[in-house]
Design a protein. Structure first.
Length: 459
């Protein structure tokens, strides 16, 4: 295997001991959790790849900022620091703090979707889809067809299918569509990047029909790194310059700062329209708290202000993406399919190809996630039919375009040795793949079921 180097642009200053259970103990733990990885206690997990959201390691500068956080209820210094950095990075004139990404969606989406029937996205993530539905609308995905073939290389599999978008607008009526959303990177399609060219075309189509254009900016920095590597126009641009080009003309954005700002808690809403921003502020006061703290402590706000700058450092991003490339190279060597080329924050293993005997309604991606925990104490998650859930109108199980088991790598947390453990576990599972069986749901809530549902193995 060709060695891929991704040297860490930092040195380790503090460590956290990990617990290692026996296989018998792990089998008992996952059964007691109702075969739902979200119900496992973190102390019973060896390598936690459940999410990259809020699980990164903060820098010494961020920890120093924690001690300087201003806990004033209104007008804290750290609030102005976040405002300054966010406006400089994104270029939108109005920025609102919230405590995380789904809070941003809860505050903003009802404003955009009031009286509307649809939201169209390159692909909605789970919480975005849920908040669209909670606002009384329906979420429609419009990803480029190249994304559907996990083994085929394509530079920007996260792109919006712009022609299909315009067809949807004609079919559904522009007056019925509240927002067009661009998720960067496209998480549910495998952490795949979106080109600036595609963002511009999508924005122009939305504006042509008088529809608001919103960016889900959770992984905007990782997306910008891919743009620099793959889009010729930007090969000599800085990450900051690419970010400004990305957000040029966007009407608004939501952001979970728990990803690319490398903090444990925090989120942002950006607006270009002052009238929309005034509605956002009022909803923030109702749901999150006063506008200058947005449901966050001052210490977390200061860490966020500093993390916004650290997240766009090119040396850090080269290491960050390099970890994914290393793990993907190990899987290539073993013949294990994943969404290729590898995404920015995770490796999305193609469970449909690894476990072809398990149909979508028996949840192959969830079955693989469970098997990973049994094999090596690794916690991953399903991005497939299990997560997609039931049709909100008919109640029938939906079939996802993908059956991914997502290996989301926390930022600045795990070493190359940990990545080797992950690869070795998947290789071992592949050798006995035919023995693995699917699962059935025995208890589920109506929305976002994958967080709390209980399952049972099929005999």
């Amino acid at each position: 295997m060709k060695r891929i180097y991704f040297p860490e642009p930092f040195r380790i200053k503090s460590i956290e001991p990990l617990k290692m259970l026996t296989r018998e103990e792990r089998e008992q733990k996952i059964a007691a959790a109702g075969y739902n990885v979200f119900s496992l206690a973190s102390q019973d997990v060896y390598i936690d790849l459940l999410t990259d959201s809020g699980t990164g390691a903060m820098s010494s500068d961020q920890w120093a900022g924690v001690m300087l956080g201003d806990e004033s209820y209104a007008g804290a210094d750290c609030y102005y620091h976040v405002q300054e950095n966010a406006k400089e990075i994104f270029g939108l004139p109005y920025v609102q703090l919230v405590h995380q990404g789904r809070a941003a969606e809860k505050v903003l989406l009802p404003v955009l979707l009031q009286g509307k029937k649809y939201a169209i996205a390159n692909m909605h993530f789970d919480t975005t889809r849920a908040h669209v539905e909670l606002a009384g609308a329906r979420a429609i995905d419009c990803t480029v067809p190249e994304a559907l073939d996990t083994t085929k290389y394509y530079d920007f599999k996260g792109n919006m299918d712009v022609e299909r978008l315009e067809e949807y607008i004609h079919e559904l009526g522009a007056e019925n569509i509240g927002v067009v959303i661009m998720t960067i990177t496209n998480n549910s399609a495998g952490g795949q990047p979106v080109s600036v060219e595609n963002i511009r075309k999508t924005r122009d189509v939305a504006h042509k029909y008088g529809i608001k254009f919103m960016i889900d900016a959770a992984r905007y920095a990782e997306n910008s790194y891919f743009v620099k590597q793959r889009e010729p126009e930007f090969k000599n641009s800085t990450i900051q310059e690419i970010v400004r080009a990305t957000f040029e003309g966007a009407d608004c954005f939501t952001m979970s700062a728990k990803k690319d700002a490398i903090v444990n808690m925090g989120g942002l809403i950006g607006c270009r329209d002052k009238a929309v921003f005034e509605l956002v502020k009022q909803r923030c006061i109702s749901f999150e708290g006063f506008i200058t703290y947005g449901g966050m402590s001052g210490r977390d706000i200061e860490a966020l202000a500093r993390g916004l700058k650290e997240g766009i450092d090119e040396n850090y991003l080269r290491y960050r993406i390099g970890q994914m490339e290393y793990l993907a190279a190990r899987l290539d060597e073993a013949g294990i399919a994943y969404q290729s080329p590898v995404g920015g924050h995770a490796v999305f293993v193609d469970a449909k190809k690894l476990l072809p005997h398990i149909p979508y309604y028996q949840f192959p991606a969830q079955a693989l996630a469970i098997e990973l925990y049994k094999e090596a104490g690794i916690r991953a998650c399903d991005i497939g039919s299990y997560m997609l859930g039931n049709d909100p109108d008919t109640g029938k199980q939906l079939e996802a375009d993908f059956e991914f088991t997502r290996l989301a790598i926390p930022r600045r947390v795990y070493t190359q040795s940990h990545l080797d453990v992950i690869a070795d576990a998947l290789i071992n599972i592949k050798e006995r793949a035919q023995e693995i069986k699917g699962y059935k749901i025995v208890e589920e809530p109506p929305i976002l079921r994958h967080f709390t549902a209980k399952l049972a193995p099929l005999e």
